[in-house]
Design a protein around this ligand. Structure first.
Ligand code: TXA
Ligand code: MG
Length: 341
């Protein structure tokens, strides 16, 4: 058990600077600090310090073969971590950094070897969040940071989620309120002539194609028999405390599934868009919002909201896979114990 310091970095400018300095010092001294990004909270440590990075794996209970993303503040710092890359990467950097996009590029070995889990590539991202930006600038080292949740649980989208999972296991937590995008960055393999999406996320396939033309999707994402190219995607993930049923189709199908479960004596919690939520009856509902961006932003909080002891099963609407919906459904399919079509 270690003492976890919590800094509130909203509102007060002077206190903010002091808090940011303290947090950056923890990183420089080889300790772990959780911080907000525009996607989800990350658990950071100095990416050049193997012992510091090891603390991340230990706090999260993360499998050792799952590499971490190195976070940097500037494009110049990004270049210091990688070898030569294809020209299209420059275009993506121009348009989508800072932002929710992680580039998998040939590593030049600057990061500690447990960051890349022994791979010849490294994932690098420039987050678009003032707190993350300031922390990276002050720490002045690349910061390895997975999502700041216990391995297997939904990623944290506010400081409470991080506190629930990691209190006593990390040196500090910068509380910067709720994150915006709500789902993790898009991970894109940029080591070949055509970029390949390894994990759908905050930047959509259409947005990437608008800049570089053809973008492929790792076949391992859609096809259960194929091994995903991104080590992290093979794990079951994002699990809520109770089983989750993902229901495709009409409102009537959802209501029937709810009724069936309640007749069995199950306490049911529902996650649905505002449009669907309005039409369901006799059940506790968390409204995830009226468009796919709101659903993405509220999804992980929704998954964490229904606790064991309060409900026996979560019934969740299956959303459109258009745009950001692709990332929403990728996470929900992994979270689901059953998909009802
Ligand atoms: O939005 C995000 O990406 C957040 C915030 C904190 O930046 N981070 C995040 O990290 O989601 P994590 O560790 O939870 O997910 C990183 C994913 C994993 O699936 C991992 O396997 C993959 O990126 N990854 C990292 N480095 C890789 C590499 N060199 N090659 C292939 N996949 C890689
Ligand atoms: Mg994660």
């Amino acid at each position: 058990m270690i003492e976890t310091k919590r800094w509130n970095i909203r509102n007060d400018e002077t206190y903010n600077k002091q808090a940011m300095d303290q947090a950056a010092d923890q990183i420089k001294n080889g300790h772990t600090v959780a911080f907000p990004t525009e996607t989800v909270y990350g658990l950071g440590a100095d990416a050049t310090n193997e012992a510091a990075v090891a603390k991340i794996f230990e706090a999260k209970g993360r499998p050792q073969d799952n590499p971490l993303i190195a976070h940097v503040a500037t494009v110049e710092q990004l270049r210091r971590l990688v070898d030569n890359f294809p020209p299209y990467v420059e275009k993506l950097i121009d348009v989508y950094t800072p932002g929710p996009l992680t580039f998998v590029l040939p590593s030049n070995g600057a990061c500690a070897k447990n960051v890349t889990a022994g791979l010849s590539t490294v994932g690098v991202r420039i987050p678009d969040h003032p707190v993350a930006q300031q922390l990276l600038q002050l720490a002045d080292v690349p910061v390895a940071a997975p999502s700041a949740n216990l391995s297997g649980k939904p990623s944290p989208t506010n400081a409470e989620h991080v506190w629930d999972d990691l209190y006593g296991k990390i040196a500090g937590l910068l509380d910067g309120g709720s994150t915006g995008v709500g789902l993790e960055s898009t991970v894109i393999d940029c080591t070949q002539d055509i970029p390949v999406i390894l994990r759908p996320g905050g930047v959509t396939k259409q947005q990437l194609e608008a800049v570089v033309g053809t973008v492929m999707i790792d076949p391992g994402l859609a096809n259960e028999k194929e091994k995903p190219k991104s080590p992290g995607m093979k794990y079951r993930h994002y699990s809520p405390e109770v089983p989750l049923l993902l229901v495709a189709g009409t409102v009537a199908r959802m209501q029937a599934t709810i009724d069936e479960r309640q007749i069995k004596g199950n306490r049911v919690g529902v996650l649905a868009s505002e449009q669907i939520a309005r039409q369901l009856h006799h059940v506790e509902i968390r409204n995830l919002g009226s468009n796919l961006h709101e659903v993405a932003s509220n999804l992980y909080d929704g998954l964490r909201a229904f606790k064991q002891g309060d409900v026996d099963v979560i019934i969740c609407e299956a959303f459109s896979e258009e745009g950001i919906g692709q990332a929403v459904m990728n996470r929900l399919k992994k979270a689901a114990s059953e998909i009802i079509r």
